[in-house]
Structures are given as structure tokens and as C-alpha cells.
Design a protein around this ligand. Structure first.
Ligand SMILES: NC(=O)c1ccc[n+]([C@@H]2O[C@H](COP(=O)([O-])OP(=O)(O)OC[C@H]3O[C@@H](n4cnc5c(N)ncnc54)[C@H](OP(=O)(O)O)[C@@H]3O)[C@@H](O)[C@H]2O)c1
Length: 398
């Protein structure tokens, strides 16, 4: 049984993904797949992980082919099941492999996508949700899905995970989409104490509120807890434990890709000493007045997707009234926000513009039609002032 398992992994067999949406049919599917192809890998959705289901299919049919779990509520069951497999059928622990093949609907996202170092694709154009709150959420997400956004950026700090989850529940069917058609990012600051246990609780809470059994990308929001002093010597240990909790959650199928935000090169270097999975992304403030060229180059050289936040600098007049940007918008017969967004996207940098105004949500997606030349990209990059407009100063954090 174990030999078969090993060869199945080496063969990189096709993967059957079983999720919440196909719960009804998947019992039958599961049985037929198991019998048809001895090398098929089975991705366990939470329903499957009941003892009843295990009995229905037969543990012996499954041993050696289990590769992962998207389980949320059934995490304990999964552990019990894995242990049972280990003890009864397979002396060596079933290998957990992340699933990518059948899931990559996002590869062809409008506006382009990038393959993360986990194999999953992230759309380049996303929708930022900071300060999209309460009853603003539904119309904003509706406009975003209509326009073509498939990536959504939230955080504990934004206090809108529940509203987003509720909105997706209503809007995905309306737009003839399923969970796999969208990419959700969430993030939180490291806790002050009990970082490992605390992080697991927060991740589970995200799954609950967003009403999903996996988060596409989870970011360590900041290299320190919100209320810790920048120079606090405990910060390094706190972000390490937070990251390690993410890694455990990834192994449990709750998170697909782990990234960071507001990390500097020295924070990223630190990760090399302990991370089992190197970060897939770093989300930082990025616009023509704050080009982060060294950090950007470091991320590119280390396979870390560079994702911009606050590309519009929250409408800071210094940036949106910058005469070079204004002039370029006129030349392209477009708007300043679209030039700022295109400047990032045309470099392969991800963007997550925020607007709570449906008309602007729609307008911002038109960034996909604005193509800047290398010279224009350079002209804007030369406006750099090393000026941040948002109060995220990760470079101060020890
Ligand atoms: N990781 C981090 O630490 C971090 C930090 C900051 C932000 N972020 C993420 O990045 C996202 C975007 O950044 P942000 O929210 O700071 O700001 P932003 O996207 O730079 O700017 C948002 C502001 O611009 C306005 N706006 C948007 N489109 C516009 C348009 N076409 N014309 C005129 N005004 C327009 C919005 O107004 P209305 O809403 O009123 O339309 C809002 O006031 C956030 O929502 C969040 O997801 C992450």
C-alpha cells in the first residue's frame, strides 16, 4: 500500500477536488474514482471526513492515496482519520500534497495572473476592502464581480470578513460563479501573546466568517503586533510563531498560500532560517512616489510576488496632482487613478484598489486596458520620493 502511495506521488497523478459545492454528488464520485484509478489522489472536503463516509468507501481503498484536506470543522476528525490510516493501513504517514491542477480557474483571470511559488495563480487585479463596511459591502462586491475582479483583499483589521462571506454567498450564484472562481486574501497582525494558539483561532474565525473551507492567501499583516513597540525584542519571535501557525494551517488545507505584508528585506531574510514554505507574496505600499526598488528587486529575485497596496495613495493630493501623472493621463485619454494602477500592473505588480463607490469600482477595473510603455513606466518611477502616505512603516520594526 505504501509503495503504491509513493509511486502515486511520484507520478503526480490527477487530482479529484471535492468541495462543499459538490457535496451531493461527490459520495458517488468518490467511490467510482477510488475504484477506477488506483493512483488518483483524493482531496478531502469536510463532508467526507465523517466516520460514516470513511466506512462507506472503506479505509483500505483510501490508504496511501490521501493527499490533503480542506477540512475546517472536521480538523479533529481529519487527525483521527489520518492516525487511523497510519496505524491500521500505512506504517508511514500519508504525505500531504497541495492541490493545484484542477483548481486553477484563476490562471485566465481578466487583467492577467501570476503563478505564486505555491503553484496557485493570483489575479493581478484585485479589490481592496479596507473601509468597505456594513451595507457598502454588497453593492461594492456586486460591482466588482460584474466588472471582472476575481481577487479580494481583506483583513481582521478591516472588520468585514463576515460581510464579505455573506456577500459572496449571495453574489457568487448570481454571477454564475463558485468559490474556486475567486481568490480571497486575509491577514492579521501577530498577537502579543500565545501567538501560535491565537493565530489558529483567528484563521478558523476567518474560515467561519468568510464561509469557506480554505483561504487562498493568508498574510502576516505586519512584522509585529499592532500595539507592540517597533523595537520590542519579542517581535521576531511573535512573527515567527504566527508564520508557523500559517504553515500548520496550510498543511491542514485551510490556507493555500502564505505571504507577508509590510516586510522589509531583513524580515524576509529572517524567514529563510525557519520557514518550511518561503512566503509567496509581500504586500506593501507602492506607487510612483514610493517605488521600493530594492525591496521589489529582492522579491523578484526570490520568487516572492510583489503586491501593491494603496496604489492611489488614498487620493493624497501630492500624488494625484503630480503634473507628470496628470499629463500622462491626458495623453492616454484616461484618468489619474487608472494611470497609477496601470503603472503597477504593467510591471507585473499586483494591485488591490479600494472603492466603496460602485461606479469607481467599475472604472478602476478598466486598468486592464491601459498599457504603459517601458519609458512611461520609467518616467513615473523617476518620480520616486521614498514617500509613504499610509501609516505602515514596517522598516521601523525590529
Ligand atoms: N497590507 C496592508 O498593510 C495594507 C495597508 C493599506 C491598504 N491595504 C489594502 O490595499 C487596499 C487599497 O488601499 P487603500 O484602501 O489604502 O487606498 P487606495 O486604493 O489607494 O485609495 C482608496 C481611496 O481612493 C478613492 N478612489 C478609489 N478609486 C477612485 C477613483 N477611480 N477615482 C477617485 N477616487 C477613487 C476611494 O474612495 P471611495 O471609496 O470613496 O470611492 C478611497 O478614498 C486596501 O483597501 C486594502 O485592501 C493593505
Amino acid at each position: 500500500m505504501c509503495r503504491r502511495h509513493v509511486s502515486a506521488i511520484r507520478k503526480e497523478p490527477d487530482t479529484l477536488f471535492l468541495n462543499k459545492e459538490n457535496e451531493i454528488s461527490f459520495c458517488e464520485d468518490l467511490k467510482s474514482y477510488v475504484h477506477r484509478d488506483p493512483f488518483i489522489n483524493i482531496f478531502l472536503g469536510r463532508t467526507f471526513l465523517s466516520h460514516e463516509m470513511v466506512e462507506t468507501v472503506g479505509v483500505d481503498k483510501l490508504a496511501g492515496r490521501i493527499v490533503g484536506s480542506a477540512s475546517r470543522a472536521s480538523f479533529i476528525e481529519k487527525t483521527v482519520f489520518m492516525n487511523r490510516l497510519k496505524e491500521e493501513m500505512c506504517p508511514q504517514k500519508p504525505k500531504i500534497v497541495q492541490i493545484t491542477k484542477t483548481m486553477d480557474k484563476l490562471k485566465n483571470a481578466r487583467g492577467g495572473s501570476v503563478a505564486l511559488n505555491t503553484g496557485y495563480h493570483i489575479p493581478l487585479v484585485g479589490f481592496g476592502t479596507y473601509k468597505v463596511e456594513g451595507n457598502q459591502v454588497l453593492p461594492a462586491i456586486d460591482a466588482a464581480l460584474t466588472a471582472g475582479y476575481r481577487m479580494f483583499d481583506t483583513a481582521k483589521y478591516y472588520n468585514n470578513e463576515k460581510e464579505l462571506g455573506d456577500a459572496f454567498k449571495i453574489l457568487l450564484p448570481k454571477h454564475n460563479l463558485t468559490r474556486q472562481d475567486i481568490f480571497i486574501t486575509s491577514k492579521f497582525f501577530p498577537e502579543m501573546d500565545d501567538c501560535l494558539i491565537g493565530s489558529h483561532k483567528l484563521i478558523d474565525e476567518s474560515l467561519e466568517k468568510l464561509d469557506t473551507n480554505y483561504i487562498d492567501m493568508y498574510l502576516v499583516h505586519y512584522p509585529k503586533p499592532k500595539d507592540a513597540p517597533d523595537e520590542d525584542v519579542k517581535n521576531a519571535e511573535r512573527r515567527k510563531l504566527t508564520y508557523q501557525a500559517f504553515e500548520e494551517a496550510k498543511d491542514a488545507g485551510k490556507i493555500r498560500s502564505i505571504g507577508v505584508s509590510n516586510y522589509e528585506i531583513y524580515h524576509l531574510e529572517e524567514l529563510k532560517s525557519y520557514a518550511k514554505y518561503q512566503p509567496c507574496a509581500n504586500q506593501v505600499e507602492f506607487h510612483p512616489h514610493f517605488t521600493r526598488s530594492k525591496l521589489h528587486a529582492y522579491c523578484r529575485d526570490n520568487g516572492i510576488f510583489f503586491q501593491a497596496f494603496s496604489s492611489l495613495a488614498r487620493q493624497a493630493p501630492e500624488l494625484i496632482e503630480d503634473s507628470v501623472v496628470v499629463e500622462m493621463a491626458k495623453e492616454h485619454d484616461t484618468t489619474v487613478p487608472l494611470i497609477l494602477l496601470a503603472w503597477a500592473r504593467c510591471q507585473g505588480v499586483g494591485i488591490v484598489p479600494k472603492s466603496a463607490t460602485p461606479a469607481r469600482v467599475t472604472e478602476n477595473f478598466k486598468v486592464i486596458d491601459v498599457v504603459l510603455t517601458p519609458d512611461e513606466i520609467k518616467l513615473l518611477a523617476d518620480l520616486n520620493r521614498n514617500k509613504d502616505y499610509i501609516r505602515c512603516t514596517g522598516w521601523l520594526v525590529k
